[in-house]
Ligand binder design. Structure first.
Ligand code: ZN
Length: 396
């Protein structure tokens, strides 16, 4: 295939262009074309491909096949002369993230001697892997401050080609991966990288650079980061969340985090207390039920109890005498049948399962003295409990 002329090398702001279709083919059952020249950036170097249209047909994917750039299309491939239009918003977003990455990488290197190991630009977040074993919050802030200072200085971002044999004269941050004529992207006097991506013209266009979460990976640190429009959207969303929290707690935004922690700790303590109270209540309830029990078998559907509460009550009852219990209780979407008997009784409750399953399909099981069955169909819980109670009456 013939080499495609990359218009974005000379001008990353050129979005509309005319070109000649030089080859038509298929890619994963989609039509695809190679042009003599293109402004579309193909996926490469951690940067995703451009979006847009060719001859009015949406471009699904752009691939670099050893110099020839393949445009995969969501419709019939055009022939002859074709007009291309690159999506401006997506391209500019990529330019902001990518140039921001160069600035961040150099800030990590300059301040901490942290080398960039890899870069990935995702649809929402980008990540940068830096060869550092750990980092303090203070150092994160220094790197972020340095990167943003370079943005505010509004330095020019220049691109030029240097032959491989003269690349030693350029103070590249990383040795080049390619050979031959090398494309250098220089953030004026600050960073020099061999790179084929699309970049903004001046660092001011990057906007805010924000470091996000960091995690350890392969002995390095992987940072999330956001630049420009993405940083603005992130700040907007987080600011709204914090203000909503502050309003619901009637506190200042600065105090919202502390309030959440306090309320969460309070919630846990209350849950513990509630469990203790439930246990005491179950003991009283069990005593009352046993007093009024008509005989050995106690059965019913407990409308106001969760399956856990019903199981707890059943176990409390069978500890008080020679009782066998069949309780029904509703879970979130399923019906539960709980069978329990006193250790002094002989019946193996697992053998009661077919009697319940004859009424409604159930899953679950247990041991000889405790069985819990779950039915997807809650509507027949009453009948299922009745069947279980009959079985208990027949099997002392
Ligand atoms: Zn780059």
């Amino acid at each position: 295939m013939s080499e495609t002329r990359r218009l974005y090398f000379d001008d990353a702001c050129l979005l509309e262009f005319d070109a000649e279709v030089v080859e038509r083919r298929e890619h994963e059952s989609h039509p695809a074309v190679v042009l003599d020249r293109t402004a579309f950036y193909p996926e490469s170097g951690g940067q995703p491909w451009d979006r847009g249209t060719l001859g009015g047909v949406p471009v699904l994917q752009v691939l670099d096949l050893e110099g020839a750039i393949l445009h995969v299309l969501d419709g019939p491939a055009p022939e002859g002369r074709v007009h291309g239009a690159v999506d401006r918003a997506v391209r500019f977003d990529h330019m902001q993230q990518h140039t921001g990455q160069h600035v961040l990488s150099q800030a990590f290197w300059e301040l901490l001697k942290g080398e960039t190991r890899s870069f990935h630009m995702g649809p929402d977040l980008s990540t940068l892997e830096i060869g550092l074993p750990k980092i303090s919050d203070a150092d994160c802030d220094r790197v972020e401050d340095r990167a943003n200072a370079v943005v505010w200085e509004d330095r020019q971002v220049k691109t030029y080609f240097v032959p491989e044999e003269r690349i030693g004269e350029v103070p590249l941050r990383r040795p080049p991966k390619k050979q031959g004529l090398l494309r250098v992207v220089e953030v004026d006097g600050f960073d020099y990288s061999a790179c084929g991506g699309t970049h903004v013209r001046r660092t001011g266009e990057i906007g805010l650079i924000r470091l996000g979460g960091v995690e350890k990976i392969r002995g390095n640190l992987r940072f999330e980061f956001l630049c420009g429009g993405r940083a603005l959207c992130d700040y907007r969303a987080k600011d709204r969340t914090v203000r909503r929290l502050a309003a619901s707690f009637s506190c200042s935004a600065a105090d919202a985090g502390g309030q959440v922690e306090r309320i969460s700790a309070e919630g846990k303590a209350l849950k513990k207390r509630a469990r203790r109270l439930e246990e005491r209540l179950a003991a009283f309830e069990a005593a009352e039920i046993v007093r009024a029990a008509p005989g050995r078998v106690i059965a019913g559907v407990l409308e106001d109890k969760t399956p856990e509460e019903a199981r707890f009550l059943a176990l409390n009852i069978v500890r008080r005498g020679d009782f066998a219990v069949a309780y029904g209780a509703s879970g979130e979407s399923q019906g539960h049948v709980i069978l329990a008997r006193a250790e002094s009784l002989k019946a193996d409750l697992r053998q009661a399962v077919p009697a319940v399953a004859a009424v409604v399909p159930v899953k679950g099981g247990g041991g000889p003295s405790l069985v819990e069955l779950v039915a997807a169909d809650k509507s027949r819980l009453g009948e299922a409990v009745e069947a279980a109670a009959r079985w208990l009456a027949e099997h002392p």
